[in-house]
Design a protein around this ligand. Structure first.
Ligand code: NDP
Length: 452
């Protein structure tokens, strides 16, 4: 009989914590999970899920003119922000309840409130204390705002889902995942959108062809992209009827943009402050919990997974880390997950998805042995619908056997296609494996197996 209240105490009921707690309980562990907000975490409550629903909502604005080329006359509709916002919140609440029911079904005890460490085996939630043999930290991250004048007037992605009124004039600061996704959403929903970035292009870290093609597509979509290399010149001032954003553009010329709302999308950081990690002696490096390959911290019985470890900050990664932890510790199946070749998608408009190395990374590693296959075309759908939309696909291979190092795509259904194609890299596939795969016609995806 253990001297502890629980075998495992999980702090944070986001995607990673939920996955780990349920799996550990299935192996027979006595598990509790503490959550101070709705159950589901960033992805379900204020991230991926409501964001993707907004992306869907924003696509309908094209239907009227796209359908005209196919013989339909559909009058341009009107958009009701409150209806969308409330429908999304209803769905979020349904998912919150669903995740609570999954915990109940798996015999995981839910404890409402923020947990903080008292010592290395004890946590406090409100005025209650609990002891556990092992503790798993899965508290995720939170948006950061740059230290610039007037940033208190900017909102973060969290508030985007609860805006009382639709901002007809909208600006985003930042050119990463969140910035480009919300720029596309708000434009699609009918706002005038200005996006302010500080690099030569959006999506730093992605393959250059992805960056350039998404940026070009966003331009066709009507997004006004501004470059402010020296972000110290950027300031937000609250005026009677709007927010004024002032900054020096790429040529150093002062600019002013008047908007109804500004989204700060300049990165996220692990949400460690409320945890009192020092009480448990847990090591933190660069504001993230330091972990080994098996997600253990410097305290061998305390583990951390997901965004609070700042490895690869994506929901499926947190889930995989959580399940690997439970399998290793409670299922007697020791395993680590690989943090390389993780596919990711940006639900920008146009959509982008990618797996493996960028061309730049491949050339750095393998020099002249790298070969690139690339295509850019107008998808069939647009032959009648009209418009400027293009699809770009890129395959990066190395050596005589042409082993696949990277796959990149910009265009309709990029995420769905790259999710399947990622298997080629996981299995160490070569260009000939793609060539030997029969095409499905007419599709966009067939271009990946007919590249020459
Ligand atoms: P990112 O790190 O992706 O991008 C931050 C952006 O803000 C960059 O363009 C950066 O510019 C810019 N920036 C940073 N500081 C400043 C500053 N002081 N002034 C002006 N610009 C600045 O962060 P996000 O907030 O977009 O997303 C956070 C994380 O959330 C992502 O890394 C991802 O892990 C996750 N996420 C994943 C999604 C998905 O999978 N589809 C969707 C949404 C989020 P620069 O490039 O020059 O540094």
């Amino acid at each position: 009989m253990s001297d502890f209240d629980y075998d495992l105490f999980v702090i944070g009921a986001g995607s990673g914590g939920l996955a780990a707690s349920k799996r550990a309980a299935k192996y027979g562990a006595k598990v509790a999970i503490a959550e101070g907000d709705l159950v589901g975490g960033t992805c379900v409550i204020r991230g991926c899920v409501p964001k993707k629903l907004m992306v869907y909502a924003s696509h309908f604005s094209h239907f009227s003119h796209e359908s005209a080329g196919y013989g339909w006359t559909i009058p341009a509709g009107t958009f009701d922000w409150a209806k969308l916002r409330d429908a999304i919140q209803t769905e979020v609440m349904r998912l919150n309840k669903l995740h609570i029911s999954f915990l109940e079904k798996n015999n995981v005890e839910l404890i409402s409130g923020f947990a903080r460490f008292v010592d290395a085996h004890t946590v406090a939630v409100g005025d209650r204390q609990f002891t556990a043999e092992r503790i798993l930290i899965s508290v995720g991250g939170e948006a950061t705002k740059p230290n610039l004048a007037g940033m208190e007037h900017a909102i973060t992605s969290k508030e985007m889902f609860l805006l009382p009124k639709f901002p007809q004039r909208f600006a985003v600061i930042g050119g990463g995942y969140i910035g480009v996704e919300f720029a596309g959403i708000m434009r699609g929903l009918g706002a005038e959108v200005t996006q302010i970035i500080r690099d030569r292009a959006i999506l730093r870290g992605f393959d250059d062809d992805v960056r350039n093609n998404v940026q070009e597509g966003m331009g066709h979509h009507g997004i006004n992209l501004q470059t402010c290399i020296d972000s110290s010149t950027l300031a937000i001032t609250k005026e009677e009827n709007n927010l004024a954003i002032t900054f020096n553009d790429a040529s150093g010329k002062p600019q002013i943009v008047n908007v109804d709302a500004v989204l700060s999308a300049t990165g996220r950081k692990p949400n460690l402050a409320p945890l009192n990690l020092e009480n448990a002696g847990i090591k933190v490096i660069n504001n993230a919990i330091a972990v080994r390959e098996d997600s253990s911290t410097n305290q061998p019985h305390i583990y951390a997974i997901g965004d609070c470890t700042d490895r690869v900050n994506l929901t499926p990664v947190a889930i995989a880390e959580g399940r690997a932890f439970a399998d290793t510790v409670y299922g007697h199946t020791p395993r680590f997950i690989s943090h390389t070749n993780i596919p990711s998608a940006v639900f920008s408009q146009p959509e982008a998805a990618t797996v493996g190395l960028t061309e730049e990374q491949a050339r750095e590693l393998y020099g002249d042995r790298v070969k690139v296959y690339k295509t850019k075309f107008r998808p069939m759908f647009y032959s009648l619908a009209g418009g400027e939309a293009k699809t770009m696909m890129k395959l990066i291979v190395v050596g005589e056997e042409e082993r696949v190092l990277g796959l990149h795509m910009v265009g309709k259904e990029a995420a769905e296609i790259i999710q399947g194609m990622a298997l080629v890299i996981t299995m160490g596939g070569c260009k000939k494996d793609l060539d030997n795969t029969m095409a499905m016609h007419p599709t966009a995806a067939e271009e990946f197996v007919t590249l020459s």
